[in-house]
Design a protein around this ligand. Structure first.
Ligand code: PLP
Length: 365
């Protein structure tokens, strides 16, 4: 009987794609005798900076650390406000809280899932020091509008590009409009196990970031400022540098699957790609107006991995309510009830994608 209930196919939402190259690279580091931060991390930083098209990159322990260190390196702290999106992973808000600054949540555009520049402008006060655009699901924010706002109000841009490795706006890579922050968590478009990277334009900010990541040191045991241990290890960097070489090809596969879906899915709201955007589909996120839980259950029963990113916006998280956040962000709050992410893994076959299409198109039946 159990056999009859078994789905015809299993299509997982995400899985890390680790090959022999990654294994060999890690073994080489293990054999080298230098397994903490060393030359491989430095090589990864150089390769990543070149890929994004910026002069500096600083590797750190994870994406949360990238945001935290980038904010501190730009001098963000108590008394400052940073405008970001509440429709994001908790780290976008928490990294600002860590510094003593206040996160200020602007609403999003319902088609891009990203910060709405008009809402950002409405939230600027004399305390605002930075805008943190989150390129959610691999879709770049409108960097023309946000860049113009930053320029007009003399604000720093710290991009949360944790889901957007290789994404671009107007042909320019995200992470190169301001300081870019990346995560290499295993579900991301590229991984290092755990890991993070900050891409930077300014040499003095990069120098500060390097010090903050390593207990405020430039010279051994001379601590010039308060810092943390947020270093990346060469073991992680060895995986990361190998994955970076595969990023373009894997992003293209994601885009191919996304195109396949967008020309075949029916009865749900589809993700959009702006004419200036190069979306890298970290997630392919559809929207259903009603009975989202029911839809997720049906997808699961059919063997199709489905994720809800994110069911509760940051400003409505228990700790944020405790801190006194009482924002009303109508689009953020509505989308949190409507979104479902479906598999768009680079290693999926076209048969997998066809199966997902059939299952999604039968949701209304
Ligand atoms: C939008 C966003 N910001 C920040 C982070 C934090 O990255 P990490 O999990 O590597 O700390 C993530 C990762 O999940 C993310 O998706």
């Amino acid at each position: 009987m159990a056999q009859e209930n078994k789905p015809a196919r299993q299509v997982a939402l995400s899985k890390p794609l680790i090959g022999d190259e990654e294994k060999q690279a890690v073994l080489k580091v293990l054999d080298s005798g230098m397994i903490a931060q060393g030359p491989v991390t430095e090589a990864f930083e150089k390769a990543f900076a070149a890929e994004v098209g910026v002069p500096h990159a600083v590797a750190v322990a994870n994406g949360t650390a990238a945001l935290h260190v980038a904010l501190l390196a730009h001098g963000i702290g108590p008394g400052h406000e940073v405008i970001t999106s509440s429709f994001s992973f908790i780290a976008s808000g928490n990294s600002i809280v860590f510094t003593g600054a206040k996160p200020v949540f602007a609403d999003i555009d319902e088609h891009s899932f990203n910060l709405d520049p008009a809402s950002v402008e409405a939230h600027i006060t004399p305390k605002t020091r930075a805008i943190m655009p989150v390129h959610l699901f691999g879709n770049p924010c409108d960097m023309d509008a946000l860049g113009a706002l930053a320029k007009k109000h003399n604000l720093v841009i710290i991009e949360d590009a944790c889901q957007a490795h290789g994404a671009a706006w107007g042909g320019k890579q995200v992470g190169s409009f301001g300081s870019g922050c990346y995560s290499f968590y295993p579900t991301k478009n590229m991984t290092s196990g755990e890991g993070g990277m900050i891409t930077l334009q300014d040499a003095s900010v990069a120098k500060r970031a390097r010090m903050i990541r390593n207990h405020g040191m430039q010279e051994r045991y001379k601590h010039e400022m308060i810092g943390f241990n947020l270093r990346m290890t060469d073991l992680h960097a060895a995986i990361g540098i190998t994955q970076l070489r595969k990023l373009k090809e894997r992003n293209e596969a994601r885009r191919r699957h996304a195109k396949y879906y967008s020309t075949r899915l029916k009865g749900v709201v589809l993700p959009q790609e702006h004419a200036k955007a190069h979306h890298v589909f970290h997630q392919y996120t559809i929207r259903v107006a009603h009975q989202r839980d029911e839809a997720v259950k049906k997808l699961g029963a059919a063997g199709v991995g489905a994720g809800i990113y994110y069911p509760r916006p940051i400003h409505q998280q228990p700790f944020y309510l405790e801190m006194g956040f009482r924002d009303s962000l109508p689009i953020t709050e509505r989308l949190a009830q409507e979104v479902i992410s479906i598999p768009v893994r680079p290693d999926m076959t076209e048969d997998d994608a066809a199966y997902v299409v059939d299952v999604v198109n039968a949701l209304g039946a």
